[in-house]
Ligand binder design. Structure first.
Ligand code: AHR
Length: 499
């Protein structure tokens, strides 16, 4: 098969916000305890943070991490996790049927995030709590001192306010599984009240209203329209969440799912713009895709998990090469829509549906680590439109699916233009011919490729590099043209240094 592609320096989709490469840590399973935090573990530092995990997280260059949930946050009392550890209560976590010791709380997490070179995206409990707890938490975190909540923080040894910028107004409040689940009107009103109060404190904070927990919800997209009707003038983002499964072991349709992700984004954009028009607003609502990933491998094991234990292994998906390809496609969907998707969180970061796994003795990158690693390092700057005449196959649900999923970025500061390409074909290579319009190319700076003889191959502690991206020479540059033969079922990246 053959495909002709064109990118042009002038054909910009929009600037890529660095926070497109965010991630997520929830008090869930072994994400916190045994993941980022494990006092006494061989690599743990004096605060109990695992240095081996921090190294892998820092390598991913994650600019922001959402915390502390997720479903967990909707019944969480943030006050339980601050102050002297020996006075912190042990509680039931209704969301995951576990026991939360509160050994880690927001101050410990903020210290961890600093070590990970990340900002914190703080989520508020709008399930069992509301305005009062939300405003107190914002004051505790962000006010310098001299008031009850800021002085409480200072008494906990944190003299300077954190200045957390991004606040999520609850989590998946449309989901019947959510503690304190609400109708769109109930949630929209509460979110607007909280947002108004937070804005009274500091109008420069960035607020995220809950959109639908998936595009498959029966209330989608009425939920978005109703929630934004209440909140439009007070929030900056509407959230999107998506997890893909391959339960039928049907790889072509698994790989097609990211086209559904593009459709989901476009529908949310359309709904937000409808509310904008209805309100005669000048503001354009941006999107925070603050949970996205593949999630299904662990479902059976989780259904057998004993309830009410402390940090049991939950949602421990072992990701194979197929999942890495889908991850590559999902990242492409985010880059392709970077004009409106300004933040995104790979859910999650460690042990729980995560690119990084740990044992007591070590940690290692899953297959899905690699597309994220290269996109986060090379895919910054501006997202470019890609004209691509790729051949296509038919998916029963989504229609024509191009074999090639391609995005392009231009980082003027770094002097590079980059292509990220997934070849969805099960058995055929695709020869590409790419024209780089308006660029003056110096040479290929970096080219990497992920393929696997066994699509089901996974990494583990004994073989952490079974599935990974490796340097390649499949791409050639001649003048302002890139050519190459993309192997079937492959993810690749080529970065061209510019004059
Ligand atoms: O990321 C795992 C869970 O998925 C989150 O807690 C929830 O928000 C979503 O349903």
């Amino acid at each position: 098969m053959e495909a002709k592609l064109l990118i042009d320096v002038m054909h910009k989709v929009g600037p890529i916000d660095d926070r497109l490469y965010g991630s997520f840590i929830e008090h869930l399973g072994r994400a916190v305890y045994g993941g980022i935090y494990q006092p006494g573990q061989g690599t743990a530092d004096d605060e109990g943070f695992r240095r081996d995990v921090l190294d892998l997280v820092r390598d991913l260059r994650v600019p922001i991490v959402r915390y502390p949930g997720g479903n967990f946050v909707s019944a969480y009392d943030w006050e339980d996790g601050v102050g002297p550890r020996d006075k912190r209560p042990t509680r039931l976590d209704l969301a995951w049927k576990t026991v939360e010791t509160n050994e880690m709380g927001l101050n410990e997490f903020a210290r961890w995030a600093k070590k990970a070179d990340s900002d914190v995206m703080m989520a508020l409990n709008l399930g069992t709590r509301g305005l009062e707890a939300a405003k107190n938490l914002v004051e505790y975190c962000n006010h310098p001192g001299g008031t009850y909540w800021s002085d409480l923080r200072r008494s906990h040894g944190i003299a300077d306010p954190y200045g957390f910028k991004v606040w999520c107004l609850g989590n998946e409040m449309d989901g019947p599984w959510q503690t304190g689940h609400k109708t769109a009107d109930e949630y929209g009103r509460l979110a607007a009240e909280c947002a108004r109060a937070i804005r009274q404190f500091d109008d420069s904070l960035e607020l995220v209203a809950c959109g639908s927990s998936t595009g498959e919800m029966p209330t989608f997209p009425d939920w978005e329209a109703a929630v934004l009707d209440h909140t439009y003038e007070f929030v900056d983002y509407i959230s999107l969440h998506t997890y893909f499964k391959n339960l039928d072991d049907d790889l072509p349709s698994f790989l097609a799912k990211s086209v559904g992700m593009d459709n989901f984004i476009r529908t949310v954009v359309g709904t937000a713009d409808y509310v904008k028009a209805k309100k005669r607003s000048k503001k354009t609502m941006m999107l925070s895709f603050d949970e996205w990933n593949v999630w299904y491998h662990s479902e059976e094991a989780d259904s057998k998990q004993e309830p009410w234990t402390v940090s049991p292994p939950l949602l421990e998906d072992l990701y194979n090469f197929e999942d890495a390809l889908v991850t590559g496609c999902m990242i492409n969907s985010l880059i392709r829509n970077a004009d409106r998707v300004k933040m995104a969180c790979l859910a999650q970061l460690v042990n729980v549906i995560a690119p990084i796994m740990t044992s007591d003795t070590g940690c290692w990158p899953q297959a899905t680590y690699w597309p994220f690693y290269y996109a986060s390092r090379y895919g910054r700057g501006v997202s470019l439109g890609v004209e691509c005449d790729s051949p296509a196959y038919e998916d029963p649900d989504l229609g024509a699916i191009p074999y090639l999923d391609v995005t392009a970025t231009h980082d003027e500061e770094a002097g590079r233009a980059v292509l990220f390409i997934v070849n969805r074909s099960m058995d055929e290579p695709v020869d590409i011919d790419v024209r780089l319009g308006g660029f003056s190319a110096k040479g290929i700076e970096k080219q990497v490729l992920m393929t696997s003889e066994d699509p089901k191959a996974v990494n583990d502690e004994a073989y952490p590099n079974r599935v990974r991206a490796v340097n390649t020479d499949i791409f050639r540059l001649a003048g302002e043209r890139i050519s190459g033969a993309l192997p079937p079922l492959s993810w690749s990246m080529v970065s061209v240094a510019l004059r």
